[in-house]
Design a binder for this molecule. Structure first.
Ligand code: SF4
Ligand code: SF4
Length: 291
């Protein structure tokens, strides 16, 4: 059955851009792809909430909205608590410690599951809220940009990533994932139609690509690979892709000019417009992969 997405039809398309490790050019690809598809009213969602930098590439953006991302947290009523310890015993995340006269809540460890309130025989636990970070929405020309900023010291990224994705509504959504294969990457990829893995043809690149592909396999997310800075390194990654039947959708050769533009915070396709067509063609290839 042919899946018609917004590039050629009417269904929304969500593409995640990920990489097994940082520094492979994931954001370079995500921003360039979004700009190349700006006429499709693309939305770019920066889910690297610990170090969001996509918005820095759009200096003329206009901020539309900023809001807190809140998660549930237990509030203990010490007046009726008997300090029986049941809540602590049932907290899988070790976020509670029951002392003789006080219950300590370690908010950064709490996952807001509500198990403690459920088991409390005295009904001494109610639900409070706390902020884990902020979600921003902006626009730059036809392009919408959404990003999250995690609060300093905050460990839980997934609720904020979820909020960023919730805000990134549109016919064509490009999700810039955090590097690695942790739950942050999994949460970012979850629900997207296709994941483009950006890698380099080096032994480190291959090692991390293998991990990322395994994660995607478990998630059953259609995937393909873009080799950035091709022409350096060895051929092992090409052999790997062939052996594992992973489609190689594009290569961006190593280029001093691209690297210089990126280091100056410039989206390279703006200065090298011939690449816009190539990236638009990449989106078509992605669409064909999920057809
Ligand atoms: S389960 Fe309820 S009563 Fe028991 S220690 Fe926890 S809050 Fe207090
Ligand atoms: S809400 Fe869940 S994670 Fe948080 S303290 Fe209660 S049991 Fe632990």
């Amino acid at each position: 059955m042919n899946r018609s997405s917004n590039l050629s039809g009417s269904k929304p398309l969500k593409i995640s851009i990920a990489s097994g490790k940082g520094g492979t050019g994931k954001t370079l690809v995500a921003t360039s792809l979004a700009v190349s598809l700006a006429d499709k009213k693309a939305v770019i969602a920066d889910c690297d909430v610990e170090e969001p930098n996509v918005h820095l590439f759009f200096p003329r953006k206009q901020l539309l909205e900023k809001k807190e991302c809140e998660v549930p947290v237990p509030i203990i009523d010490e007046e009726i608590c008997t300090h029986c310890g049941l809540c602590s015993d049932n907290c899988a995340f070790h976020a509670l410690a029951v002392l003789f006269q006080k219950v300590l809540v370690f908010q950064e460890l709490c996952h807001g599951c509500g198990a403690c309130a459920f088991v409390c025989p005295e009904k001494a636990i109610s639900e409070g809220r706390r902020s884990v970070g902020e979600v921003f929405r902006a626009e730059s020309g036809c392009l919408k940009i959404v990003w999250g900023e995690l609060k300093p010291g905050e460990a839980r990224t997934t609720p904020l990533i979820h909020s960023v994705k919730e805000e990134a509504k549109g016919d064509l959504v490009i999700v810039d994932c955090p590097p690695g294969t942790s739950c942050s990457m999994v949460e970012s990829v979850r629900g997207t139609d296709f994941c483009l893995l950006v890698t380099e043809s080096t032994p480190f690149g291959l090692y991390d690509l293998d991990l990322a592909l395994r994660a995607l396999e478990m998630m059953k997310t259609p995937r393909g690979v873009l080799i950035n800075k091709s022409g350096i390194g060895d051929r092992k990654i090409y052999e790997y892709l062939e052996k594992h039947k992973v489609p190689l959708l594009m290569e961006i050769p190593f280029s001093r000019k691209i690297a210089e533009l990126y280091s100056r915070g410039i989206i390279f396709v703006e200065h090298m417009p011939e690449w816009k067509e190539r990236l638009a063609a990449l989106a078509k290839k992605i669409e064909e992969q999920i057809a």
